[in-house]
Design a protein around this ligand. Structure first.
Ligand code: ADP
Ligand code: F6P
Length: 323
């Protein structure tokens, strides 16, 4: 395998650049030519490819976002789109592809693998909703961003004895909410697939202030609402019934940006180098992961068939810590 390509796809995540940099530099050191594909699968189908040298990735390890840019493409989900992508890869005589992205992007990588093209997936998504790895690129930085916001919100919430809802990303998965709730000292964490009733919220808010708490912080996962109203709207209505003042902050895309943490820079670098090693060794159709601190691979098919789960230990921890 002499020519390898790399792309980033789906929601960007801080640390993607560290991974691109590692694929380029480690790949070149291993004797391969490395090609960068711009704008994910959309750029692949549009033949938006260029050869990359070590200098092209200078200074990017500390940058958020992705220098290769990212995209979402409906066309790539079709047989025609995938055939177009394969034509482009064959036209450039690319022997293998590293796909850095979330679960949707890994589905795309699996489609190429099923068509016989050698691919390696690298999990990158702030949601940490990908089975087969304890951590994905971007999660640690996003958590630190959330904590920074929570600390600030606690200052102003305490000054007014207010209840606050902080809505965090994560789609249907509650990892960001659960972990930031524990690390940020939230009074309540609202996760997807768990029922939180108006009575419970009213009771907990009243009781917290009676016990002398200076604030009541709820971290709510964006995917926690089962109604048409957002989880923030619902919780705001619930808190109003307690007679206490409520404010809310939807953190939104702030969570996706920023300079990657040390952890994400190292993780991105390790994933990128290990992806090259596996590609060159012909161990393809797999996703890189980290387990007990070690680099591991899991078949893409296995990854996509599995459902990620929140740690039961963390869920148990979050409740008593909130009192
Ligand atoms: P993420 O990778 O962050 O989860 P998306 O779910 O939007 O983001 O997926 C990114 C892109 O991956 C999609 O726009 C599409 O091009 C591709 N993709 C997603 N699912 C599939 C699929 N089942 N088959 C082929 N390509 C897919
Ligand atoms: O998957 C990453 C993520 O940031 C989710 O947490 C969020 O729901 C979604 O992407 C937002 O997507 P978009 O980039 O389309 O706004």
């Amino acid at each position: 395998m002499k020519r390898i390509a790399v792309l980033t796809s789906g929601g960007d995540a801080p640390g993607m650049n560290a991974c691109i940099r590692a694929v380029v530099r480690y790949g070149i050191a291993a004797g391969a030519e490395v090609y960068g594909i711009t704008r994910g699968y959309a750029g692949l189908m549009a033949n938006d490819i260029k050869k990359m040298e070590s200098r092209d990735v200078g200074g990017i390890i500390r940058q958020g976002g992705t220098v290769l840019m990212s995209a979402r493409s409906m066309e790539f989900k079709t047989d025609e789109g995938q055939a177009k992508a394969l034509d482009v890869l064959h036209g450039w005589e690319i022997d293998g592809l590293v796909v850095i992205g979330g679960d949707g992007s890994l589905n795309g990588a699996t489609a190429l693998h099923r068509l016989g093209f050698p691919v390696i997936g690298v999990p990158a998504s702030i949601d940490n909703d990908i089975a087969g790895t304890e951590m994905a690129i971007g999660v640690d930085t996003a958590l630190n961003t959330i904590l920074d916001a929570m600390d600030k919100i606690k200052d102003t919430a305490s000054a007014h004895q207010r209840a606050f809802i902080i809505e965090v990303m994560g789609r249907e998965f509650g990892y960001l909410a659960l972990m930031s709730g524990i690390a940020g000292g939230a009074e309540m964490v609202v996760l997807p697939d768990t029922d939180v009733s108006k009575d419970e919220v009213v009771r907990e808010v009243k009781s917290a202030f009676l016990r002398g708490k200076p604030h009541f912080i709820i971290v709510a996962a964006e995917g926690a609402s089962t109604s048409k109203k957002s989880i923030t709207q619902l919780l705001t209505e619930y808190i109003a019934e307690s007679g206490h003042d409520a404010r809310s902050t939807v953190l939104g895309h702030v969570q996706r940006g920023g300079s990657p943490s040390c952890y994400d820079r190292i993780l991105g670098t390790r994933f990128g180098a290990a992806a090259v090693d596996n590609l060159l060794a012909g161990n393809v159709g797999v996703m890189m992961g980290i387990r007990d601190g070690k680099m591991v691979t899991t078949d893409l098919e296995t990854v996509l068939a599995a459902r990620p789960e929140l740690s039961a230990e963390s869920i148990r921890l979050s409740e008593p810590m909130s009192h």
